[in-house]
Design a protein around this ligand. Sequence first.
Ligand SMILES: Cc1cc2nc3c(=O)[nH]c(=O)nc-3n(C[C@H](O)[C@H](O)[C@H](O)COP(=O)(O)O)c2cc1C
Length: 171
Amino acid sequence: MVEDVGAEPVPVDPQDYRRAIGRFATGVTVATTFAGQHDHAMTANSITSVSLEPVLMMISVEQSARWHEAVLEAGVWGISVLAQSARPAASWLSTPGRPLHGQLDRVPHHRGAATGVALLDGALAAFECRTTGVHAAGDHSLVVGEVVGLEIPPRVEPALIHFRGRYGRLD
Ligand SMILES: Cc1cc2nc3c(=O)[nH]c(=O)nc-3n(C[C@H](O)[C@H](O)[C@H](O)COP(=O)(O)O)c2cc1C
């Protein structure tokens, strides 16, 4: 049991939290979906594996991101795990206010066999998901989906990683 020392809890500064969580090194992905006759894509590192039976994964999406509305409308989404050579795509697809239409015009991609969402060419792995639950969590939503398609290309390049606010590579 945690001892109550009687002190008032001091609220954690969100910027301090951001610096601290930035020391948790992650891979980098591009999340995709298709809504309103357009592809929507967004760089994301908050994906988590949730369950094996059934196979579920999760992404935490900022509610103010345009991808949020798109994924709720579509109900299907893709996750492409980026290789280090995809760093320009990661930068582009995290640029706030980039044009909504044609975001993937200069990003080579193909359609996933299970859902038709865009998946990035050269990804280390790709997942296609069908939403099973959306859970509000602060200013984000936790979008959980059943994995209905997978791509595991045989050739593996170094991974793009994100650590302390910067991109790096992991061989
Ligand atoms: C490395 C990295 C990881 C990110 N991960 C997430 C994430 O997991 N969830 C999220 O909502 N936004 C994430 N973002 C921010 C979004 O990419 C960004 O807010 C979004 O593309 C803005 O697009 P919009 O102007 O269309 O809303 C991340 C950005 C970077 C650079």
